[in-house]
Design a protein around this ligand. Sequence first.
Ligand SMILES: Cc1cc2nc3c(=O)[nH]c(=O)nc-3n(C[C@H](O)[C@H](O)[C@H](O)COP(=O)(O)O)c2cc1C
Ligand code: SF4
Length: 440
Amino acid sequence: MEKIVLPDIENFHNLDVYLANGGYTAVKKAYAQTTDDIIDQVKKSGLRGRGGAAFSTGLKWSFMPKSTDKPKYLCINGDESEPGSFKDRQIFEFNPHQLIEGILITCYAIQAKSAYLYIRGEYHKWVNLMQKALDDAYERGFVGEKMKETFGHNFTCEIYIHKGAGAYICGEESSLMNSIEGKRGYPRVKPPFPAQNGLWGNPTTINNVETITNIPPIINKGWEWFSAIGEPKHPGTILFGVSGHVNKPGVYELPSGTLLTDIINIHAGGVPGGKKIKCVIPGGSSMPPLRGENLEGVKMDADSLRAAGSAIGTGGIMVMAEDTDIVRVLSRLSKFYHHESCGQCTPCREGTGWMVKLLDRIVDGNASKKDVDLLLNVACNIEGNTICALGEAAAWPVKFTIQRFREEFEKYTADTASIDMPNKVHSMRKTVNPVAKVEV
Ligand SMILES: Cc1cc2nc3c(=O)[nH]c(=O)nc-3n(C[C@H](O)[C@H](O)[C@H](O)COP(=O)(O)O)c2cc1C
Ligand code: SF4
């Protein structure tokens, strides 16, 4: 199978190797066409964002206003902080120049003269690797003023790497822009949307690292080629990061629509000890979990996963074997979302805290069945009532785990315990019990 984003070419990260394999030819081809033509090709290719929402990339680009004197910006989202997601760092390490070339083409298409590549703060190694590749590209005239000479076109653009400081919320696009502007990473209320009012109030497009890395091959080989790969409504390959209870965890580039069971059992080598699967979270920890017995026939693309009751998210597949304690997994994940809530809106700030307290109470064996209903109620009151989607990211795991794994909670609950929340607050806070049985 042909790989688009992480080709099997030795030392592909090296500029000379990249050039020897057709590197930086797509950008020249793109600059010989109109910006509308480029956007049209990306639309027709069917490329959908790989950052979580699977939104049409070409359509997103077309939202950028044309008749404006304001500067325009591109932000490339490499914050990658969702538990279970670790695919963008493969691009920083193994294919940085295709990402840079994708940035150059995208900037031309939306007429942005500055691009900010936002990289997760903890990714020191990958920031350095990416900076090295960018320095090489500048030195050889592929980025910046020298582009005019290199590509024989008047368009120039600058690329800046911006390192995050360790906050998951800065992956949310409006928070990311605030962070680049030097402000606290608070999500902004939308509308206005970034295409109208983004970085420093100017038109801005935000795309994921993997999304942008797909652009040069689309331009070089044509949208027809790309749209014929994988599932027609969500074409191309997807980087699936497989973690948890599998023999060969790692990132696998496969056509969209590949069977989830094939990814787990064939590519990732199956579950150690031949154990059964209890649960799979198919798209990063905020996506609804699926029961092990419901995985047959589930395809890994946005529409198939929606039909199966989950979502593609970042393609981070978290596998949990039959002896995993799902309640403890949920408890651990809920602590993450509570910790990462920026605190701007009450349902998220308070609700994530209450979910942690209730889960602690359940794990401690001090809860009743009514506490589980209360937990579900808190989750449902966060969903849809917040400024940004971290609310859903925190609420969905709780809501869907309770709905789909109710019996796991019943192992912990006894009908005798009180649900008198206010009086229990202090006693509930004391236990912080990290997940014991699953590596995520
Ligand atoms: C809390 C939160 C965290 C997010 N983190 C990331 C991230 O690390 N990387 C990413 O590409 N998108 C992340 N997103 C989604 C972005 O807001 C945005 O939709 C995405 O970067 C768009 O890129 P795409 O259209 O190429 O998918 C996050 C969203 C939320 C609500
Ligand atoms: S939903 Fe949570 S993370 Fe998002 S703005 Fe509100 S408080 Fe902040």
